[in-house]
Structures are given as C-alpha cells and as structure tokens.
Design a protein around this ligand. Sequence first.
Ligand code: ZN
Ligand code: ZN
Length: 325
Amino acid sequence: MNRLWIMVALFISFVVSETPFAMAQLGGLAGPRKLEPGGAMQVILLGTGIPIPNPDRSTAATLVIAGDKAMLVDTGRGCVVRLAEARIRNVTAVLFTHYHSDHIASFGDLLVRRGAAGAEDPLPVIGPPGAKRVVDGFQMAYGLDHSYRAAHHGKYWGTRGSQAKVTEAEPGVVFDQDGLQVTMFKVNHAPINPAVGYRFDYQGKVVVVSGDTIKTEKMIEMSKDADVLVHEAMDLQTLHRIIPMIKRGRPRQAALLEDVSEYHASTIDVAEIARDAGVKKLVLTHLVPSIPPQDAAEKNFVRGMSDIYDGPIIVGRDGMTIDVE
Ligand SMILES: [Zn+2]
Ligand SMILES: [Zn+2]
C-alpha cells in the first residue's frame, strides 16, 4: 500500500513538473499576442544577421506592427523561431526586398506554421518580380510535407492558409488598408536587381525598412522625417582591416568579403542618410560583420556615426522591439 502511494505521489509530481515544460514546448502557441485595431506602431527585429551563421542572429526579417496588421519584411533563416518568441502567431503579409537566400530562407517554414495555426486564407506575399518563382519553388519543395499534414490532420490543418497569394509589384503603393499604407521603393544592391525597400505610413507615423542597399538619394527622400529608419549597416573600417590580413591565408574568403563590401552601406553612409533625412530614430540591422550582441562590440561598430548623426542610434539585436513614438 505504501509503495502504491509513493507511485501515485511520484506520478502527480511528474505531471505537475511537466506541465510548465509542456507549455514552454508550445512556444508561441501558448499565448499569442493580440494585435488591436488602431493600436500603436512597433518594429520587432526578428533577424539582424547575415548569411554567415551566428547563433545569436537570425538572418533578415523585420516585423512592422501597425494596429492589428503585422507586416513581415523578408523571411530570413530562423524567423519562425523569432516570431514565436515575439508571440506573433500570424502575419498579415510578407514583403520581400530581394531574393538573396538570407532574406527568404524560412519562407517554407512560415507556411507550415500557418497550416498548424489553422490559418484560413492564403498568405499575401508582395515583392518585386521574382516573387512568384521563389514562392512556387518553396511550395514545390514543401509540397509533400503539406500533403502529409493535410491528410494526417484533416480539417484541423489550414490547407488553404498554408498556401501563398503572390503579387509581383513595381515601386509605388503596394498595400493600403485600415490606415496603413506601404510604399515599395527601389534601392541599389547592384548587381542584384530588383532590390527594394519599404516605407510604412500609419497614423502620421513613418517607418522605413531599407532592405539591402548602398547609400542612395532615394533612401533619403523616402526616409524624410521618418520616426524610425531600420537600415542595413556594414562596419567598413573593420572590413578594410580584416581583408588584407586574411588575403594570404584565405584568399577565397577575402575575395568574397571584398564583393560583399561593394553592395552594402557603411555605417558612415547610414549616419549621413539619417542626418540628411532628419530621421528621429536610427536602427541598424543586417550587421556586417556579424558582431556578437555585446555592448563593447556594438560601441566599436558605430564609432564615428554620432559625429554625423545626433539622433539615437540603436544597434539591432534579435528580438528587440522598437516603439514608434
Ligand atoms: Zn542581399
Ligand atoms: Zn542580405
């Protein structure tokens, strides 16, 4: 009898101790955040890294929240994990800036998440020409997975919701709903073409997400008086120091880094854009090189920027939320 009670007690303690664990395993599903119509604007950095793997940084994905809309700019590697961490179960639309792998890698996973969340309508996807090819490719690669899950889970699987509805767009207004207007504009990521950035206008507030680009006049024009500019950034001084150092022993890596340095904006360029556009808050993302999320490294990354731009400069970290005030 004693032994039975001990077993019962052990079982109860197991269930109790496992419950929080089980809830934690559900991650974002445990308590999705409710987005309210008319609510304020926020930016959540879901990925601040680059293709070189860095466990602290997923690749390009920036969420712009405006009221009950959650607009996901790019779907880089790991964005579904960061979305779950941010307790965002569904996004309103995906906006692609261009089709480098670090901006699209987790698109397939995103559709799987929608299926599991029971989304009813296909995910709207907007991007410059090329979006259809990219999305079709993902849907083909994930086709078997979708068929397994739809057959296995039946009506509980969001079959329609795990599809995408693609619009290939040219620069201009690409989304206009409930007071949120999204404008696509051309950037310069040559030789990659097309490449675009996005401007979000909502309740008199403005957020701009650069995509990948060197410094352009268009960015200054589109960011005029923006409340938040999320811009890619490269510490060119450090790259210029690293490249000659590794040239001899690792010529291939040196050549790749040299190519990379040609189609991104330096921290100094970004500071000039923010100054010239009169941006209220500058947020750096897509950090080249992919520094650790530590104060000392970040301080070094932005050196010289405050001499040019006197507003707040935030070095992005994955998961960071920026209020648009
Ligand atoms: Zn790129
Ligand atoms: Zn990139």
